[in-house]
Design a protein around this ligand. Structure first.
Ligand code: 5RP
Length: 264
């Protein structure tokens, strides 16, 4: 692997082999998502706990300080909205020149396996990999399901993750699932990180699935709403950081969460 590609990947994946990405890209199809209306304010207290930000170019330019930025994973697919016909009908939104101009560490693109736009979104990934490999920029594939949240079982996720890796993704972001998540990770020849999906009922539930996913082989998280829509975002970020980078178990992380809530 070329030096540039290795250098960028090592900014994302920490020396312990783990990573904590903070996604704030939801507005690209959801608009001003709850608790992300002012993304600059949302991320300010959370940045110390994460290893990279997942963001679109618009929000990057508008609210992220270029002099003090975490590594950036640039969201480069889009073109649909929650009120439109089909969330899967995405194209690549950002040119390679723009990706280079923004000096990002990686780019992220969604694929919608099994949807009407399967081929189009898989070709988005393949063509993005073609363009980015020339410049040593890693591509993170997002196995998206749009509004079809029930699709998130091991068989489907395993299929989508493997296809993403085969097409050249260097990291795959997918959902954790209760049964068979180890088969999803083991069937994917590149590192897997977990997204959160809609907000869980309790904070402990989030800590538990993240801990379980790491035990099953995921290398980290790309978790948004379950952090910044929590009643206590900073304690959540701190507890997740402890699970990911300090080998905390669920009880230890939850204790840390409660301590941080009480101190605030
Ligand atoms: C939105 C995304 C998000 O980055 C991803 O879903 C993670 O965020 P959350 O934990 O809120 O699901 O790709 O399109």
């Amino acid at each position: 692997m070329d030096w540039g590609m290795q250098n960028r990947l090592s900014q994302l994946v920490q020396p312990d082999g783990r990573c904590y990405f903070l996604p704030i890209d939801h507005g690209y199809f959801q608009g001003p998502t709850r608790c992300l209306e002012k993304p600059g304010e949302t991320i300010a207290p959370l940045l110390p706990y994460c290893d990279a930000l997942f963001v679109t170019r618009g929000v990057l330019r508008a609210v992220v300080n270029p002099a003090q930025s975490k590594p950036i994973i640039l969201r480069v697919s889009g073109g649909t909205s929650v009120v439109g016909e089909d969330l899967a009908n995405e194209e690549i939104t950002t040119s390679i020149e723009e990706i280079l101009r923004l000096n990002v560490t990686a780019v992220g693109v969604s694929i919608f396996v099994g949807s009407r736009y399967e081929r189009q979104t898989l070709m988005n990934l393949a063509e993005l990999v073609n363009a980015c490999e020339d410049y040593g920029i890693p591509v993170m594939a997002v196995t998206a399901v749009g509004k079809e949240l029930a699709k998130r079982d091991a068989r489907y996720l395993g299929l989508a993750c493997r296809i993403a890796a085969e097409l050249g993704a260097k990291i795959v972001k997918t959902y954790w699932c209760e049964d068979g998540f180890d088969t999803v990770v083991n069937g994917c020849p590149v590192p897997v990180v977990m997204a959160g999906g809609p907000k869980c009922e309790t904070e402990r539930e989030v800590l538990a699935f993240v801990h379980d996913g790491l035990q099953q082989g995921a290398i980290g998280i790309n978790l948004g709403r379950n952090v910044w829509q929590s009643k206590h975002p900073v304690p959540m970020a701190r507890a997740l950081h402890a699970i990911i980078h300090a080998k905390a178990d669920v009880a230890e992380a939850y204790e840390l969460y409660q301590e941080t809530v009480q101190r605030a």
